[in-house]
Design a protein around this ligand. Sequence first.
Ligand code: PDD
Length: 284
Amino acid sequence: MSRVAYVDGQYLPHHLAAVHIEDRGYQFADGVYEVMGVVGGSLLDEGPHLTRLARSLAELRIPAPMSMAALRIVMREVIRRNGVHDGIIYVQITRGVASRDHAFPKAAGPVLVVTSRRKRPADPRAVDDGVAVITIPDIRWQRCDIKSVALLPNVLGKQRAKEAGAFEAWQVDREGKVSEGTSTNAWIVTSDATVITRQADSAILNGVTRLAILDIVRREGYAFVERPFSVAEAKSAREAFLTSTVVDLLPVVTIDGDPVGNGQPGTLSGKLREYYLARAASAI
Ligand code: PDD
């Protein structure tokens, strides 16, 4: 089945799908996006993702290209046309096409792009053996709560991780606290079994997976605190893990080459991953 993309009102073959060279997303990274999971042909956590999308648009004063109800229909159509059963859907909205000028254009309308693809199965080694993270300075802007397509620091950070043989880079703020990964939220479990993740302020993206894991943690009665943690605290934690729509939950076994806990994936991380996958399966 050949891939189809929705671009500004049309369903097009993926290889022909294109935006204008003066799209503000292309020139200014003036746009927002969402990545949602498709599980058994259904959208996982569609509500929270669309709520966050609407919030990102409002924060940047980009008008919605259509109602959320209409967007839900377009997303389903893209999933259907691509025959995606288990995968992801990517939704991007930019401020539109206008001749280059930093201030908002008067005439341009927002441009919506929706693509979908099958999910690569989770790397069993990443799940079973855990992953390595490195730490890097957080050089991003002060509105990381907005899911903007301006991702250059994240791109550079992920590349540094890759070149260091690690899976992710945890970004560290000026106070020495971990904010989040380049495309994932960061978590630790302390020696007294308390789950810690940074509070959802403007320093991090409030991950939809993060919110789901917090729900599970509450439901299962584990102790948890939403607060910043330092690199030193993370290195001496019992467990660490990371979360996102794309990777679900992966255990972190080393930070900057130092083992976390006994250097093996943590028991609680494993349980939370199982609970999360069961929750996703039951949402079908
Ligand atoms: N990234 N933090 C950042 C900076 C992210 O880019 C993401 C998601 C997350 C996790 O959010 P969620 O649980 O809602 O996926 C945290 C997406 C998947 C991406 O850019 O591909």
